[in-house]
Design a protein around this ligand. Structure first.
Ligand code: AMP
Length: 596
């Protein structure tokens, strides 16, 4: 009786089954709804996001309440999509795997109706269905709902969004008056309120969190860019998050296809999901996504309904939805089952009003984020690579035979040199790709400035000049060390130096305008640990200094940028993080020529 689910009133064979699924403690919605639903005597409205554990919240009570010695339909679960229908069916089967004679049938479009009819005929207690196919089966007089005791309307807002109101009315008219109705919805628009009034008597209402509030584990961010920079900005966000496992929402099928095609061409691990795909094609895409052999799923709102993949790290609103309500559905695809997630919106400056509206609906503030600079991306990818090298599993047996030759090849290099070279293989490609990458951010204009108007990203005090220097924390510098080094080299006095911003492989130092020449002269032939030290003026928050990365030494480097060009990129598309950049550079250069 110590198990928390037992304490809620769930019998031990179900508790054993869900323990095997890793359910140790009830989620908040389970904790609060199970005791109410177990009484079997209430209508119920649960306002809860997807991913909160609501399937078990209604599924476990159903398994407790129904009479499984009888083989007629006693419960009907209606949900908006085939995906969700299969998921719920599967979950119910898993919860009841230690019980005998439990029959759950999934009824959904796009699959053989005769199989479904056969299963119904054999005897079933729980029918999980999408409304269209359910109605079809009812119209064929192939099912008898006259003894249904419980109807669950799952993701009711989605069903109404999809235009199922009439179908739901027709289906429910075949069920008894005195059945209990349990409605779950992520949001409570007036249509849902209306159906709850229509079908329920004095329902027990449960709101998880604030009314209409999004999942607290989701962080909402927006980026303002010019319309023509949107794709480039999107790619930068993806590049800045090498471990991304995301769903990218577009407004139309065509946009979905275009973005997916462009991404695939650019060497990303992406595919599209939209209404023009056959069920088989949809299944294939979803299978790849679930298995994580796809890193980015580009989808329309309708196609993505019911997607229940856990561990989605990012939802990206490539276009904001037409309906505010859809924003909640989109972002609810991340941060499932207690995880955290980020919902990103890439907007133009005119759309800021929409963000403010969404903030009001979800009751949460967005964070205004900055499109990472080329430097930021390079740094992030570099350390992603370093991390990967550090943690790679070595196949000792296979590598052993080659080791003597490898050691021989490296005999003339120090450990430090070898590390640098390994890191440079990938890093050079990034540097090359991003060396002239412009700042894509557009300042937020409170007066609703016309789209495209740009403001400096960060200001430098008028009497100071911000200098880029190609030394950073990887060279062992903190702010104080860099100040000391800089003053030693230049002869400038520490207290005259402005802000120092130490990054990984570079830093920014503000010096008085009058001292800029002195600093440049001092670094003309300076070296640090055998490497030439360079400084450059960074008038625009460091962006102009990007040219600094294009020095001959790095560019010529070891030719790593070309090494894999045209090679097999599929190895890199394993979702393991570090994406092949060299393979996509050609198109991107073209894109840059076109775009910037
Ligand atoms: P749902 O909202 O029902 O789609 O559930 C979202 C995810 O949370 C699913 O992967 C469930 O298996 C999982 N889940 C549901 N309840 C629990 C629980 N009590 N403990 C751990 N995981 C759960």
């Amino acid at each position: 009786m110590n198990n928390p689910f037992s304490q809620l009133g769930i019998r031990h064979d179900i508790v054993n089954a869900i323990s095997e699924l890793g359910f140790e403690n009830p989620t908040p919605i389970q904790e609060q709804s199970i005791p109410v639903l177990l009484t079997g005597s209430n209508d119920f409205v649960g306002l809860a996001q997807t991913g909160t554990g609501k399937t078990a919240a209604f599924g476990l009570p159903l398994l407790e309440l129904l009479d499984f010695e009888e083989n007629y339909p006693q419960a009907l679960v209606l949900c908006p999509t085939r995906e969700l229908c299969l998921q719920i069916t599967n979950d119910l089967k898993n919860y009841s795997k230690n019980m005998s004679n439990v029959h759950v049938v999934a009824v959904y479009g796009g699959a053989s109706i005769s199989d479904q009819l056969r299963q119904i005929k054999r005897g079933v207690q729980i029918v999980v269905a999408t409304p269209g196919r359910m109605l079809d089966i009812i119209n064929r007089k192939a099912i008898d709902f006259s003894q249904v005791q419980y109807v669950v309307l799952d993701e009711a807002d989605e069903m109404l969004n999809m235009g199922f109101q009439e179908d739901i009315d027709n289906i429910l008219s075949t069920t008894p008056e005195d059945k209990k109705t349990w409605l779950f919805s992520a949001t409570m628009p007036s249509e849902v309120r209306r159906i709850s009034k229509k079908y329920m008597t004095d329902p027990f209402e449960l709101t998880m969190g604030e009314k209409n509030t999004g999942n607290a584990n989701i962080e909402h961010e927006y980026y303002i860019v010019r319309a023509r920079d949107k794709y480039a900005a999107f790619k930068r966000i993806v590049d800045f998050n090498p471990e991304i496992f995301g769903i990218v929402f577009c407004r139309t099928k065509i946009e979905t296809q275009e973005i997916a095609e462009a991404l695939i061409k650019d060497g990303y691990n992406a595919d599209s999901l939209h209404g023009d795909l056959s069920q088989q094609q949809r299944d294939k895409v979803m299978k790849r996504y679930r298995e994580r052999s796809l890193q980015l799923l580009i989808a329309t709102d309708v196609a993505a309904r019911g997607i229940d993949v856990n561990d989605v790290t990012h939802v990206i609103n490539y276009s904001l939805p037409d309906e505010i309500e859809n924003y909640t559905h989109r972002s609810g695809r991340t941060a499932r089952a207690g995880k955290t997630g980020v919902s990103i919106s890439i907007i133009n400056s005119k759309e800021i009003g929409k963000i403010r509206q969404i903030e009001r609906v979800i009751g949460k503030k967005f964070i205004k984020a900055e499109i990472p600079t080329g430097f930021d991306v390079c740094e992030k990818q570099l350390f992603g690579l370093i991390h990967k090298v550090h943690n790679v599993e070595v196949n000792e047996q296979q590598i052993e035979q080659y080791l003597p030759r490898i050691m021989d090849e490296f005999a003339d290099l120090s450990k430090e040199d070898i590390i640098k070279r390994f890191a440079s293989i990938e890093f050079n490609s990034f540097l090359e790709y991003y060396k002239n990458a412009p700042d894509l951010n557009v300042a937020e204009d409170p007066r609703g400035a016309r789209e495209g108007e740009r403001f400096p990203r960060t200001g430098t005090r008028a009497d100071f000049t911000r200098l880029f220097i190609n030394l950073g924390s990887v060279d062992g510098f903190g702010r104080g060390d860099l100040l000391g080094y800089f003053c030693n080299q230049t002869g400038l006095v520490g207290r005259t130096i402005g802000k120092i911003d130490v990054k990984g492989v570079y830093s920014f130092v503000e010096v008085p305008n009058a001292d800029v020449d002195q600093a440049f002269n001092a670094f003309k032939s300076a070296e640090f640990k055998g490497r030439q030290v360079r400084i450059e003026i960074s008038a625009d928050g460091g962006n102009e200094s990007r040219g600094g990365w294009s020095n001959k030494k790095r560019e010529g480097g070891n030719g790593g940028g070309n090494r894999r060009e045209g090679g097999n990129r599929s190895n890199e598309r394993n979702g393991s993080g570090f994406r092949d950049f060299s393979g996509k550079r050609r198109e991107d250069r073209g894109e840059r020529r076109k775009r910037y």
